[in-house]
Design a protein around this ligand. Structure first.
Ligand code: ADP
Ligand code: TRP
Length: 332
């Protein structure tokens, strides 16, 4: 039995990119009862950017992530689902891990390096707007992973470096203090495509081009109608390459269902018709889930009960790993 763990940051309204790139694959994976699953809301990580947040924003987004996972079908009887900030052992462990992490390793971490680069380009002080939460981000992430004896970490490609840093830290501790940590492995879903937003760039909250997962039917329709398309005469074949609409169809339909869509592109049924069709496809997948999502959001007690139940289970697992690490490091 292997432990599969992943975290999601409560930093924005969930969109279709998050759904197809992270949440849906995590839920699909958890259907394999051979393994055990630990999914969590990485709310402390959400503090490391220097944006202005409105009061309560992180908690509100955390609740929405929990409601989304439950509405989209996570089996909470079999899978652990918790909030990072509810498990103080994680932050405590990160302090120990820091003492086995060279500063140079963290200097090379992408998220930090990109921020520094940005500052240099804009003639700012290199460390402008960078807090220690961001600099230490990979160490906290290592604690998230190592404290649960994780074997497999499903993540997007951008997170690969963080898993490598986690392995470096674990290896160094195991070398110096004896076998304490398992070596986690990243699982990158090669076939998960990068979903484009309504302007063709990667769908991302940073670009403001997202289609929210749980918008109302009307909003979803409006959002799909807004997708940029070039003008092509009715009856002319519509190119599928680099087509946002085509990529979205592909993300939601299987190969068999795509045959019909391919025909429609070839026949040149017009973007208006294709968009209506796309709306139906996405709406069909999300309709019932949307209703459960809003019912769950109205019932905070239900969500909190699950988080509290898991909190004590995870704290126990985490405490025994932390105790072992403390014993080994402090008695060495
Ligand atoms: P954003 O780009 O909106 O800030 P995050 O970086 O918070 O989203 O991503 C959370 C998760 O969703 C990550 O696992 C990421 O790989 C996935 N994800 C985000 N946007 C997309 C996208 N457009 N296509 C596929 N996966 C995505
Ligand atoms: N850093 C991840 C992201 O930005 C979120 C995350 C935090 C995570 N801790 C984790 C993912 C541990 C996997 C394992 O998407």
């Amino acid at each position: 039995m292997k432990t599969v763990l992943t975290g999601i940051k409560p930093t924005g309204e969930l969109h279709l990119g998050n759904y197809l790139g992270a949440i849906k694959p995590a839920i699909e994976l958890s259907k394999d009862e051979e393994n055990q699953y630990a999914y969590f809301i990485a709310d402390i990580h959400a503090l490391n950017n220097d944006v202005k947040r409105k009061e309560g924003a992180i908690n509100e987004l955390s609740l929405k992530i929990a409601a989304a996972f439950f509405a989209l079908g996570l089996d909470t009887d079999r899978c652990l689902f918790y909030k990072q900030s509810d498990i103080p052992q994680i932050t405590e462990m990160s302090m120990y891990l820091m003492n086995e992490t060279s500063k140079g390793l963290l200097n090379r971490a992408h998220a930090y390096k990109a921020k520094v680069q940005d500052n240099i380009i804009n003639n700012n002080d290199p460390d402008n707007g960078i807090n220690m939460g961001l600099f230490n981000y990979p160490v906290l992430m290592a604690a998230d992973i190592l404290i649960m004896d994780t074997d497999i970490v499903p993540v997007g490609k951008d997170q690969l470096q963080h898993i490598e840093i986690t392995r470096d830290i674990a290896q160094s501790i195991n070398n110096n203090y004896g076998e304490i940590f398992k070596m986690p492995e990243a699982r990158i879903e090669e076939k998960t495509m990068v979903l484009p937003g309504n302007d063709g760039r990667k769908m991302s909250k940073s670009y403001g081009n997202t289609i929210p997962i749980f918008s109302t039917e009307k909003e979803l329709y409006k959002n799909i109608m807004k997708i940029k398309t070039e003008s092509i005469a009715l009856g002319e074949p519509i190119p599928t390459q680099n087509s946002i609409i085509y990529t979205l169809f592909k993300a939601f339909l299987n190969n068999e269902e795509m045959k019909e869509i391919n025909k429609q592109f070839e026949a040149g049924v017009g973007y208006g018709n294709l968009k209506k069709n796309l709306f139906e496809v996405i709406n069909n997948e999300l309709k019932e889930k949307r209703n459960s999502y809003y019912e769950l959001l109205d019932d905070e007690t239900y969500i909190n009960d699950i988080l509290i139940k898991n909190q004590s289970v995870v704290r126990n697992i985490a405490q025994s790993k932390l105790d072992l690490l403390k014993y080994k490091m402090l008695n060495h």
